[in-house]
Ligand binder design. Structure first.
Ligand code: SAH
Length: 197
């Protein structure tokens, strides 16, 4: 019974993230892009990350194929991390609103690209990637399943570590000094701690 509740929560989480992203995906398709980077490799990584973040959790939710990888997590911890997933959806929504038409599933520069430095982007350069790390970790704990947890972390981790540095180099090429200066005030995934005022 307990597992059914958390499967329902996980299902709602993934569907909500899909609903948040859907209008941006539509807008993205209408957008003209000026330049894409490592397009084929990027598409393979997006597919891999999708497998870890959506497909495997759906296998967990709708079949018993992954049951043997279940581990035990106290009910209260699963509830707390479920609340974390709800906050993560809200975070996902805020970031999409802030990034607007600059969002893209693969690395690319749009003809009308703006450098966003406000809202969450004032403190963190890659809040969407922070959100994805929280996604794979929280969903692994809520599902209480090793396969969901480890496969999610590995596929997303592969995407993150092979993308974030190229993305920053691309942004430096396009925005020059402005991005270099922006990097000095922001953290990659978490706000930069500064002792100076
Ligand atoms: N790394 C960001 C954005 C992910 S979407 C995040 O985690 O929130 C990827 C696209 O966003 C890249 O192709 C790049 O064109 C664009 N991008 C990244 N940082 C940006 C910024 N600060 N302002 C505008 N566009 C940005």
């Amino acid at each position: 019974m307990e597992n059914y509740i958390f499967k329902a929560i996980l299902f709602l989480f993934i569907i909500s993230c899909g609903l948040v992203r859907f209008p941006f995906m539509k807008k993205y398709k209408q957008n003209i892009n000026a330049r894409s980077l490592h397009t084929t490799f990027e598409k393979i990584k997006v597919l891999l990350a999708w497998l870890g973040m959506c497909f495997v959790p759906f296998i967990y939710i709708f079949t018993g194929l992954l049951n043997r990888y279940d581990f035990s997590v106290p009910f209260i911890i699963r509830i707390l991390f479920s609340a974390g997933l709800a906050l993560d959806v809200y975070f996902f929504y805020i970031i999409h609103k802030e990034l607007g038409a600059n969002w893209s599933p693969i690395l690319e520069i749009k003809t009308k690209q703006n450098l966003i430095k406000t809202g969450v982007y004032k403190y963190i350069r890659h809040p969407m990637y922070t959100q994805s790390w929280l996604w794979v970790i929280f969903q692994g704990i809520v599902s209480a399943n090793w396969f969901v947890l480890i496969f999610g972390v590995l596929t997303w981790g592969f995407m993150y570590f092979t993308r974030v540095f190229s993305e920053e180099n691309m942004m430096i090429e396009v925005c020059n000094e402005e991005y270099v200066e922006y990097m000095q005030h922001t953290g990659r995934l978490l706000p930069k701690l500064s002792w100076r005022r």
